[in-house]
Write a protein of this length. Structure first.
Lengths: 536, 398
């Protein structure tokens, strides 16, 4: 009998998402239909000629709102395909490699933990340390844990460059590429290798989970942003045959990687690899299990750097991979990669959202004549259903006890990083490079430069408030005052919502400044990781 | 085959439940639409009030200062019933955007207008409730609101208010009003008028004797029913001790039967008349002077022994000379019509209530006409107690 430990909040415990039942899917379909009807009603109300105050601004506002709604609908459709693969016991005697990479500046003690955990993985394998630190202590560390040390210095393409070189040097047929900050559980390979019985399976991805959320607001928010993705979202993508590889914890068939000329190179190397493998006809599997835990950025600056890297990189998929591979992808894969590669347009839409009240105050541009009460009445069902669905699909998270919730920190952090996404999108449009920035492994001191636009936004808000008060005290005609009051202060409320979110981001950055450097892995006892199954 | 049936049942079942879920939302939304929109309305008005209290206190009022002479009148019901001067006023169809055009007309006529008119229909919608926001704004500008209150009865959700189902709610509608069917609405209005707390002119069910215009007219109601409805409305206000209303009874004198619509001296404070010269724009009309539209009926209407208000004054420009029209109307007006105590310009730039086209009655941009009016008042209104400011300086002659 399996122990019922629903309340288990222990990070170091193997965990697996709930099975998908017919009843669960049926109830979900009800919610989606309710949501679609609500959206149709909202649509019918939104696009009315009497709502248009200024045609260009109304078009802009509509694009912002409907871009968001379309994305919500796409994610709902994705959830309709939700599917969890049956566990398959792996054959004995597969030849498996584990790759982990070390680069200059990365803390040695972290590798002590990671390599120890790799050695602990029960399925027979060889661990390789792909090292370019030119630091003898790393070689010694590899030796200590029985890993093969490969010195790979001066290769282009950063991590992917080293992986590709190492691929040519090994005999094994399967490769797990493990981020060095991730501590794998002993049963990692047992959970994934079985799927390779299907000759068409090119890679198996598992969930990403973290163990340093407790460190800061940023860490919690950053982790919250990923929970739904590494559960229901990827399960839906798996159902539609389009689950992707995510930088870490992906196990590849070497033959598959070789068929596309090796691991993809670039800021979004994982996604590039996945789309190429799919285009080459390889299948992918997503298994919603927690079989490793790693680090999430702890300070606001590192988080922004990581987001910038992704937002810039992901657009590369849109511009160079997606059109090129279009004809080789299935319909669902086309939709899925289009949705992923346009995700960071949210930077542009949020920028416009932020700009609208200021355009109103400084230029007098009003986008829409809508009765706020009507907006609430028509919009509330859409929001309610969306929230309900968001909470409902959490049943399929990989580790619900620690991952469930409204994820408000994640939302604040997502909003407050709009300048980063915006920058990423702009860099992509002009095809400008950003240097390869590895995600910081330990908290970095100082107020991040990415907070400057946020502080500017707050200052602009305060100045605008002062200007409007002055204007209404001394300038605005007496005949206009009372009748513009609600509009003006309504717009301020609109701008203030954004300011609250941004203030959350500034708080995260401020908190990051005082973050004590710590090595979160020091406390982890690899030997105590539990691999018994949770109740399904 | 079996799996196909199962799938179909699965999808259609979910669709059914999804629709039910939305219907529940809609139902809840409908149930709460009253209170919710009320709360939102109150919230909106609160915003204006808070700004008014916090910010506007420190702002120097301009117009209300110029209209200081009118304070004596507007805070005194007795004086407003029998004013010793002629009050000017205006309706501007763009008032919802702001009162700037009215302020402009003030300047053109060289005197701020003490009365500002707005129109409100009966019904459930937000803009069919007492226009608190505008009334307050009008008061802040130093004026008094005149509200034309039109008893259209088709804009009520009959089920929600437990009203008996009828094909046409306007048919015998006045009898229903008199019966108290619409008291829920009248009482809410009366309560708002009381909350407003300053004097309000209300022109209820105007042109009730015109068989071709409004649904509260003779095509749907007998005169006695109209009178009963009127008295009922006034009595509801009185029972709630709402005393700050001046009731304007406004027939269309061109239809000679109107006496039977008069609710009685104790129920009426003013008699209103619309004076609009359509010129040759309408097939049924020709260039009629002010005297022809109003003056010829003056003596007959005077038998009601109430002060007169020209609730809508305007002339189009096709078929004659508008400047002359206004000049003739205003010259020696107090002498010709001693009981005419208020005139409201109908400054509607796009009136499409009468004809199939939009008519522009506005004079605000016609500086020649405005000047003619000003000069006529200045030179010929000998009987007018001239509006003076507190310091005794004449207001008109600046």
């Amino acid at each position: 009998m399996l122990k019922r430990n629903r309340k288990n909040k222990d990070y170091w415990q193997f965990w697996e998402a709930k099975d998908v039942t017919s009843a669960g899917r049926f109830f979900f379909l009800i919610l989606v239909i309710a949501g679609v009807i609500s959206i149709v009603r909202f649509f019918d109300w939104w696009f009315r000629p009497e709502h248009v105050a200024s045609i260009p601004l109304f078009v802009l506002l509509s694009l912002i709102i409907w871009y968001g709604i379309v994305r919500i609908v796409v994610i709902w459709i994705n959830y309709l395909g939700i599917k969890k693969p049956e566990r398959i016991e792996p054959e004995k005697g597969l030849k498996v490699a584990i790759f982990t990479t070390s680069s200059p500046g990365e803390p040695l003690s972290m590798f002590d933990k990671t390599l120890e955990a790799c050695a602990n993985i029960t399925y027979p394998h060889t661990t390789y340390l792909l090292d370019d630190t030119q630091d003898a202590r790393f070689k010694a560390m590899a030796k200590k844990h029985g890993a093969v040390w490969l010195e790979l210095v001066g290769l282009p393409g950063a991590k992917a460059g080293k992986v590709n070189k190492a691929l040519q040097m090994i005999e094994e047929d399967f490769v797990l590429i493990l981020d060095p900050d991730h501590i794998p559980f002993p049963n990692f390979l047992d959970e994934v290798l079985g799927y390779f019985k299907d000759e068409k399976v090119g890679f198996v991805q598992v969930s990403q989970a973290y163990y340093n959320q407790y460190r800061s607001f940023t860490a919690r928010g950053a982790a919250e942003q990923t929970y739904t993705f590494y559960g229901p979202t990827m399960m839906g993508m798996y159902g539609f045959g389009t689950s992707v590889a995510i930088g870490a914890n992906c196990t590849f068939r070497k033959k598959a990687l070789e068929s596309i000329g090796g691991h993809g190179v670039g800021l979004a190397e994982d996604l590039i690899t996945a789309i190429r493998l799919h285009a080459a006809g390889w299948k992918s599997v997503f298994r919603p299990v927690v079989v490793s835990r790693g680090l999430v950025p702890e300070d606001f600056g590192s988080f922004c750097k990581q987001q910038l890297k992704w937002s810039r990189g992901v657009f590369e998929v849109l511009f160079s991979e997606w059109p090129r591979l279009f004809k080789n992808l299935t319909g669902w894969q086309r939709l899925s990669y289009l949705a992923i590669s346009t995700y960071y347009l949210v930077g542009v839409t949020t920028f416009l959202y932020v700009a609208i009240p200021f355009l109103y105050f400084w230029a007098g541009w009003l986008p829409a004549n809508m009765d706020f009460g009507e907006f609430l009445v028509k919009g509330t069902p859409v929001v309610l259903v969306a929230v309900f669905i968001y909470l409902y699909v959490q049943r399929w998270m990989s580790h619900p006890p620690t991952e469930r919730g409204l994820h408000w920190r994640g939302m604040i952090l997502k909003f407050a990083t709009w300048p980063v996404f915006f920058l990423g999108a702009m860099l992509a449009v002009v095809n400008a490079e950003i240097p390869y920035i590895p995600t910081a492994k330990k908290a970095v001191k100082g107020l991040s430069p990415y907070t400057r636009p946020l502080i500017f936004q707050v200052i602009l808000f305060v100045l605008t408030l002062a200007y409007v008060i002055y204007d209404r005290l001394y300038v605005v005609s007496e005949g206009m005052l009372a009748l513009t009051s609600q509009k003006v202060w309504g717009m301020f409320a609109f701008a203030f919502v954004a300011i609250i979110m941004v203030a959350g981001g500034i708080y995260a950055a401020y908190e990051s400044r005082n973050l004590e450097p710590e090595e979160p892995w020091a406390k982890i006892d690899v030997q105590k990781i539990k691999t018994d199954k949770n109740e399904k | 085959m079996k799996s196909k049936i199962k799938r179909f049942a699965f999808v259609s079942g979910a669709t059914l439940f999804g629709i039910v879920l939305v219907l529940i939302f809609v139902f809840l939304g409908k149930q709460s639409s009253g209170p919710v929109s009320e709360v939102l309305n109150t919230l909106g008005n609160k915003v204006t009030d808070v700004e008014h209290d916090l910010l506007m206190k420190s702002r120097e009022p301009v117009r209300s200062k110029e209209l200081a002479w009118f304070n004596k009148y507007r805070n005194d019901t007795v004086l407003l019933r029998h004013p010793d001067t002629i009050l000017l006023g205006v309706f501007d169809n763009n008032y919802q955007k702001g009162f700037d055009k009215i302020l402009k007309l003030d300047k053109m006529l060289k005197e701020p207008l003490p009365l500002i008119q707005i129109y409100t229909a009966w019904g459930d919608k937000d803009n069919e409730q007492f226009p608190m926001l505008y009334a307050k704004a009008i008061y802040d500008l130093g004026s008094t609101p005149m509200i034309t209150w039109e008893p259209w009865l088709s804009d009520f959700n009959r089920e929600e208010h437990n009203l008996p189902p009828v094909v046409d709610p306007d048919k015998n509608g006045m009898a229903a009003v008199a019966r108290g069917d619409y008291d829920f609405y009248i009482k809410a209005w009366a309560a708002d008028v009381k909350t407003f707390g300053h004097e309000v002119f209300i022109r209820l069910g105007h042109e009730m004797n015109d068989p071709y215009r409004y649904p509260w007219g003779p095509q749907n109601n007998k005169p006695a029913q109209f009178v009963a409805a009127w008295r009922h409305v006034v009595n509801v206000f009185r029972k709630m001790n709402v005393r700050n209303v001046l009731w304007i009874w406004a027939p269309q004198p061109a239809y000679l039967h109107y006496k039977e619509y008069f609710p009685g001296k104790s129920y009426v404070d003013w008699v209103g008349v619309g004076v609009l010269n359509y010129g040759t724009v309408a097939p049924w009309s020709k260039w009629w002077t002010f005297k022809e539209i109003f003056g010829n009926f003056y003596d007959r209407l005077d038998t009601f022994q109430k002060p007169f208000m020209v609730t809508e004054m305007g002339s189009l420009t096709v078929g004659g000379n508008r400047r002359t029209w206004f000049k003739n109307a205003f010259t020696n007006l107090p002498k010709k019509y001693p009981h005419l105590k208020a005139i409201l310009f109908f400054d509607d730039t796009s009136d499409n209530t009468t004809l199939n086209k939009s008519l522009n009655w506005s004079i605000v941009d016609d500086s020649a006409t405005c000047k003619v009016i000003h000069v006529a008042i200045e030179t010929t209104w000998k009987n007018r107690v001239e509006p003076v400011q507190n310091n005794g300086k004449k207001m008109v002659k600046k």
